[in-house]
Design a protein. Structure first.
Length: 491
């Protein structure tokens, strides 16, 4: 067991605790999916397990921890040497057997690590990590930038393994390979047995119950409050009548009237106690309800029907042909997903449409006057303050920050430099910027990398509501299935 007791942690100089008196335990035989909104502390918790920060409370375990992605310092060395550096006791045949489970050709072991694709590098490093003994693996978002086929291979591979925490926002991957869910909620951390779908179903049931109970208690509190006030008023009225007279002029029975007044006052106090109990019950509800406002966008309606048309297009990087014989049309209202293996030219095609100087042959027609809003795959250029980013990109700063708030940004983030943001927060900056732009065509290149599950659902609802014309690359199968009206498959 990994025991976590009374864990409290805050970054130096921060007034807010990331974790406060958190206690739970993990079995090292579990396949544990780790989820939560961006900025809640998932990677921070992994770093605490690794002993990178000082904290109060205790974390105790009989196993050592290993973090993925592993940092390869010298990528010029051959891949076999990289694997042997991670797992020095492994035999060559064990390494070959393990990478074959991930459908990686044996020949990559004898190539420089730098020449491997992102998918091949990810698979090789995963294989190396699982070859080690008596280590609990902390796997932090392994599928970012992996194509759908590679994600399925990684999911099937992890399904055979145990003894890991997997941080991922890919719903299909979590359903494939985990048997427990560790979720960082707004006020606590909880563990449930099952995969993402069972956790999501239970959460929706719990949220629905709490919302209904909250509504019932609100009405009950109002009713009890009104009844208590009436009883108190009646009691005061009766008490005042003690010193009056009957119609015949005789004196009233003060003892009886006082008794009646006391009973009414007691009833008022009982109602107030019941009201207080209902208020206390209500205060226990909805602490972990993940509320978010609906996002908005204002796509422009293009006058013509065809926005982009390509015929027999070939793309080149220097002397190398990236892809060929691309012919397709993007019409108004289309939401086209580009699908294919990493390196097949999807991002290159998007950049060409956005106006970058890409070597090509064939015909490409971009409609005159077409306004495009682009979200790039890369976030490394994000530096400085959000206010400066808004000015540099011609965005309304108030609107831009309002969209970020709806995407789960805390106000304190507005005072930080973007280079200190998490990967998911950086991606949200690009998405928020795009949503603030009025455009005929939105081009998004892997917009959901690092983005939390709740925000993914939020963005899905936005696109289905406003129906923008969209050309996108996204390897989240659940997102693509819901959003795309058509698929351009790169063979």
């Amino acid at each position: 067991m990994i025991q976590v007791a009374n864990l409290t942690f805050a970054y130096e100089g921060s007034y807010d605790n990331i974790f406060e008196n958190v206690s739970f335990q993990i079995d090292t035989g579990w396949k544990l999916g780790f989820i939560g909104r961006n900025g809640r502390g998932k990677t921070t918790f992994l770093n605490l397990l690794l002993g990178k920060y000082e904290y109060s409370g205790t974390i105790s375990s009989d196993v050592s921890f290993e973090y993925f992605p592993y940092e390869v310092k010298d990528k010029s060395q051959d891949t076999l040497s990289v694997v042997q550096e991670i797992c020095p006791t492994c035999e060559d045949w064990e390494i070959m057997k393990e990478i074959s489970l991930l459908r990686v050709d044996i020949e990559v072991l004898y190539r420089p690590f730098a020449t491997l694709s992102n998918g091949e590098q990810t698979k090789v490093l995963l294989a190396a990590l699982f070859l080690g003994a008596n280590r609990f693996l902390l796997i932090d978002e392994p599928t970012n930038h992996l194509d759908m086929e590679a994600r399925k291979v990684v999911g099937d591979y992890l399904k055979r393994k145990k003894g890991f925490i997997l941080v991922s926002h890919d719903r299909n991957l979590l359903d494939t390979c985990v048997d427990h869910i560790l979720s960082i909620n707004k006020t606590n951390i909880e563990i449930q047995s099952g995969n993402f779908s069972s956790w999501w179903y239970n959460k929706q049931l719990q949220d629905s119950f709490e919302l209904a109970e909250n509504e019932k208690l609100k009405k009950e509190i109002g009713r009890l409050s009104a009844s208590a006030k009436r009883s108190s008023a009646w009691s005061n009225q009766v008490e005042k009548s003690k010193f009056g007279q009957t119609n015949s002029g005789s004196k009233l029975d003060r003892g009886y009237i006082g008794h009646k007044s006391a009973k009414m006052m007691q009833r008022s106090k009982n109602l107030q106690n019941r009201q207080q109990t209902a208020i206390e019950e209500k205060s226990k509800l909805l602490h972990n309800l993940e509320t978010y406002d609906s996002l908005q966008m204002v796509p422009l309606k293009f006058s013509g029907n065809v926005l982009v048309e390509m015929k027999n297009l070939r793309l080149f990087y220097g002397e190398n042909q990236v892809c060929n014989d691309i012919s397709f049309t993007v019409s108004r209202g289309d939401r086209v997903a580009l699908r294919g293996k990493n390196g097949c030219g999807k991002s290159t095609l998007l950049k060409l449409i956005c106006g970058e100087n890409i070597d090509h042959t064939g015909r490409i027609n971009i409609a005159g006057g077409l306004k495009i809003s682009y979200v790039s795959q890369n976030t490394s250029h994000l530096k400085g303050r959000l206010s400066d980013y808004a000015v540099d990109n011609g965005l309304d700063e108030s609107l831009f920050k309002a969209v970020l708030r709806k995407l789960g940004f805390e106000r304190v983030q507005f005072e930080k430099n973007m280079e200190d943001f998490s990967g998911g927060q950086k991606k949200k900056v690009l998405i928020a910027g795009s949503l603030c732009q009025q455009a005929h065509l939105y081009i998004w290149d892997e917009p959901l990398n690092f983005i939390d599950i709740f925000s993914r659902i939020q963005i899905e609802e936005l696109i289905l509501k406003y129906e923008p014309t969209l050309l996108f690359v996204e390897h989240d199968a659940a997102f693509q299935e819901k959003i795309a009206t058509g698929v351009l498959e790169f063979q």
